[in-house]
Write a protein that binds this ligand. Structure first.
Ligand SMILES: Cc1cc2nc3c(=O)[nH]c(=O)nc-3n(C[C@H](O)[C@H](O)[C@H](O)COP(=O)(O)O)c2cc1C
Length: 189
């Protein structure tokens, strides 16, 4: 059996000077270093309309390219890492928007929620709404995640952390758990 997992990193900031992309780059590199296949789903690289119809409600020949492309990526994924900031204590609207286009693509696949902020609180308040959201998709979140306060100070533009040892220790805790669940679900799906 191929033990490589396809793991989608779903990111939700559409801001011009966004910093969360540094965190995404870090996670992407670490997933590769661990021998798995990362996929980045980024609303700037793949612009989405505001939700009208869900993927399944479109006629195939009417599907906007980004919606069709992301469906294929999600369908092939074995697990999901949600990377979320906190905008007024809620997840970014583009993140919620993308996720809502799909449903069965998440089914019986594990997920993990990683949050961050420019300040001291690491975006931790969006854990609760995102956990409820993912549970409804049939993609239960694991108990661990990576939570990054002061993101702009901790990662450079290429996603390199100022303290690699500390970042890796925190990455390994959640990632090993996510891989365990992803492999267990994959075996039985
Ligand atoms: C509309 C808006 C609301 C914000 N609300 C919060 C908040 O509730 N808590 C927090 O810790 N930071 C908040 N911030 C600061 C963000 O942590 C910071 O802007 C971060 O860089 C956002 O991620 P991004 O750059 O990837 O978009 C807010 C920022 C914006 C733009």
């Amino acid at each position: 059996m191929n033990n490589k997992l396809r793991i989608s990193i779903i990111y939700g900031s559409t801001r011009k000077n966004r910093i969360g992309i540094r965190f995404v780059k870090y996670l992407n590199n670490q997933i590769k270093k661990n021998g798995h296949i990362p996929i980045i789903i980024d609303p700037i690289e793949m612009p989405f309309p505001f939700l009208d119809k869900r993927y399944d409600d479109y006629k195939k020949n009417e599907l906007p390219k980004s919606i069709a492309k992301v469906q294929k990526l999600l369908k092939k994924s074995d697990a999901f890492i949600i990377v979320s900031a906190e905008y007024n204590h809620m997840p970014p609207p583009a993140l919620i928007n993308i996720l809502n286009f799909y449903y069965k693509e998440y089914d019986r696949k594990s997920s993990c929620i990683c949050t961050y902020s420019s300040g001291d609180f690491a975006g931790i308040r969006v854990q609760s709404p995102l956990r409820a959201f993912l549970a409804q998709f049939g993609s239960p979140p694991i108990k661990y995640g990576m939570f990054q306060p002061n993101l702009g100070k901790f990662f450079d533009n290429d996603g390199i952390p100022t303290d690699e040892k500390d970042a890796k220790a925190r990455f390994d805790i959640f990632f090993n758990e996510l891989v365990w669940y992803a492999q267990a679900y994959k075996k039985n799906r």
